[in-house]
Write a protein that binds this ligand. Structure first.
Ligand code: SIN
Ligand code: MN
Length: 210
């Protein structure tokens, strides 16, 4: 399950009943009072996901985290529910790492959804320097996930992330490039009754208040 130092693919971490409960939670969050939206990034392009940030908002214009959604509707980012926080901590622990998440980015991908190769590097400098991991949980249709090196031109490996899988990258893998090249339609467990894919990524911005 360790695919590179600090990077772990935990297949079928969540049983289907837990996936179902998490999916219901994701759907109600995304359609809640502070709804998911399609970010417009620097340069004017729209992302190919519907996004909702919990705990802190990621601003697609400044690439910084902030309390309110200044690049969209100025609403305050909803708080990160404690059971989601606990799930992410449990997954990090299963990989021998520690995470006390204060941010979750919830993304919904339809069949056309994707995400270009990027690094997660907008969290606190101390957290990144310490290699505090990003924990990702996938629900619904399978994604072709790309995992590269710490330089954009490094070779990239493709992994299929299925419903219930967790993926963790911390330590020396914390700044590896990654992305989603495509969603494979009709691959979600039928018990979920979902078209498309949810992904949750948990991060820790603050490490000892910095
Ligand atoms: C991300 O890198 O923010 C999302 C990755 C994924 O959807 O698996
Ligand atoms: Mn990312």
């Amino acid at each position: 399950m360790e695919i590179a130092p600090g990077a772990f693919h935990l297949r079928q971490f969540l049983p289907v009943a837990a996936q179902r409960a998490l999916l219901d939670r994701c759907q109600s969050l995304l359609d809640g009072d502070v709804p998911g939206y399609v970010p417009t990034v620097r340069g004017g392009g729209k992302m190919h996901v519907r996004m909702l940030c919990l705990g802190r908002h990621w601003n697609g214009q400044t690439y910084r985290y902030e309390p309110t959604r200044a690049d969209f509707d100025n609403l305050r980012a909803p708080s990160l529910p404690s059971e989601l926080r606990d799930l992410a901590s449990e997954i990090a622990t299963a990989c021998g790492m520690t995470l006390e998440p204060d941010i979750c980015i919830l993304n919904y991908y339809d069949h056309e959804g994707r995400m270009g190769l990027h690094q997660d590097k907008d969290e606190g400098a101390r957290s990144i320097a310490a290699g505090v991991p990003v924990v990702s949980v996938s629900l619904g249709d399978t994604a072709r996930f790309l995992f590269g090196g710490t330089r954009r031109r490094d070779p990239v490996e493709a992994l299929m992330l299925e419903s219930g899988d967790a993926f963790v990258f911390g330590g020396p893998s914390r700044l590896r490039y990654h992305g989603v090249s495509r969603i494979v339609p009709q691959t979600a467990p039928s018990a979920l009754g979902i078209d498309g894919r949810f992904n949750l990524t948990f991060r820790q911005y603050d490490l000892d208040g910095a």
